[in-house]
Design a protein around this ligand. Structure first.
Ligand SMILES: [Zn+2]
Length: 458
């Protein structure tokens, strides 16, 4: 297949013509289904019988959904077998692992030589949507983790494909670092090239920690104009804290905090063109994004459903109708701000299944995070569930640890957090003051753990 038959150019993706995008996706999904019917160990069994019924992305509703647990149970079963007629498309290029959750270990996602080029295309488009270009200097602040991870790998490759210089922070676990290749946060802040940096790219809470270290080291970042984040929700409080911390080290006026919705299963992210624009799909030729109802039917732009990704042109790990684990609203309408017509996740409603039972009440942990994050003066927080005692049937105990920006007002904050949590959850928490390192030690983990449930089953 030639380039024109698998790719839209950027003007076409800003032409406000969702039907043109859909027509290409229709062709690609038919080709993708033919490919998985021949070469995909799992879908050969489960999807091939439906392949003839699917003439476009609207017919995807006829196919069964794939869950994270399906993938976790048999990662190799989701990897295409090579097509002997196109051997160069199937060369193993790299593997990235999902971060892993309390219920599952990290899952490998395989990229071939063909996929790598698609990812680079998506990274170039992400940069264009975020208005990051060759005049920028990128600082990649993702840690070197215990598993290969897209966070550390892709921003550097993104800089390569847009032609911008890149500095890699090289934070990461010192525990497994027998060769001494990682840097501590303060060491990154002291790198000589740092004052040239215009784009910071990382997990938002780590970027915040880094900016505090930059300030402590007396370093200025006068060219800093974009903070590109992914890897955890970047709610209003965190956004505000990032903008303030950037201003304190001399960032340019009008600095943008550009949030994104990344996925290990894609190796790129859906990105904002401006704050609140929603997350644009940079490569609708590579992934179809939809929200589906309880019966798996795609819902319209005003509906809310489970977020589903379908790979349209991949050769390594291939997922069709894959449940990402978020609930969201999705539109194919062009963005009113930038005209992007590749599809947009307009709203994210948090993780599925994020409700837990506390003292008999169903509580949305996400709603709690949002409420606590909205309290001014709380820099970071941690929600912990435990039992009052080891006796079976003992009462649940809800503890909120907070990291106060200003220790002088901490007692007042404890009172406010107690009140807010009681209002949202209907349960009175115990509120404790924590130091930043108690919420998260960046050297030890990829991301902060802001919710732990220590209760044992009874
Ligand atoms: Zn836009």
């Amino acid at each position: 297949l030639g380039t024109a038959s698998v790719l839209l150019d950027e003007p076409a993706l800003r032409a406000r013509d969702p039907e043109a995008v859909r027509r290409l996706q229709d062709r690609l999904v038919v080709a993708a289904l033919a490919r998985v019917a021949r070469q995909h160990p799992v879908y050969r069994r489960t999807l091939a019988p439906f392949a003839s019924e699917v003439r476009g992305v609207r017919d995807l509703d006829r196919l069964p959904l794939t869950t994270k647990d399906d993938l976790l149970a048999d990662p190799d079963g989701y990897r295409l077998e090579p097509d002997p007629s196109e051997p160069l498309d199937y060369v193993l290029w790299d593997v990235a692992y999902t971060a892993g959750t309390s219920s599952g270990s990290p899952t490998p996602i395989v990229q071939t030589s063909f996929d790598l080029r698609g990812i680079l295309l998506a990274q170039r488009r992400m940069a264009a949507i975020r208005r990051i270009g060759p005049d920028d200097v990128v600082l990649n602040l993702y840690p070197l983790g215990p598993f290969p991870h897209g966070g550390w790998i892709r921003p550097t490759q993104a800089a390569a494909v847009i032609g911008a210089p890149v500095i890699v922070g090289m934070s990461g676990s010192s525990a497994g670092d027998v060769f001494g290749v990682t840097r501590r946060v303060a060491e990154i802040a002291r790198l000589p090239a740092l004052p040239t940096v215009s784009v910071l790219w990382g997990v938002p809470s780590f970027v915040l920690r880094f900016l505090e270290s930059v300030r402590e080291e007396g370093v200025r970042l006068p060219r800093l104009r974009v903070i590109a984040v992914s890897g955890e929700p970047c709610r209003a409080g965190l956004r505000r804290a990032l903008a303030e911390a950037a201003a304190e080290v001399g960032a340019t006026e009008g600095l943008t905090v550009s949030d994104s919705l990344g996925a290990t299963e894609l190796q790129f992210a859906l990105v904002e063109c401006q704050e609140g624009s929603g997350f644009h799909n940079p490569a609708p030729e590579l992934v179809h994004v939809a929200a589906v109802d309880a019966d798996g039917r795609q819902v319209g732009p005003d509906g809310r459903g489970r977020l589903v990704y379908t790979h349209l042109n991949r050769r390594g790990t291939v997922l069709m109708r894959y449940l990402v684990g978020d609930t969201a609203s999705v539109t194919t309408d062009p963005c009113p701000a930038c005209a992007w017509t590749g599809g947009t996740v307009t709203q994210l409603f948090g993780r599925e299944g994020a409700f837990v039972k506390v003292r008999g009440m169903m509580i949305s942990i996400d709603a709690l995070h949002v409420a606590i994050d909205g309290i001014e003066g709380v820099r970071d927080h941690r929600i912990e569930l435990a039992r009052e005692s080891p006796v079976p049937g003992a009462m649940d105990r809800l503890t909120i640890g907070i990291d106060a920006r200003d220790p002088a007002v901490a007692p007042l904050l404890v009172e406010r957090v107690t009140g807010v949590v009681r209002a949202v959850a209907g349960v009175t928490p115990e509120v404790r003051l924590l130091g930043g390192g108690d919420v998260w030690v960046p050297e030890e983990r990829m991301k902060p753990v802001r919710f732990v449930d220590l209760r044992t089953e009874d």
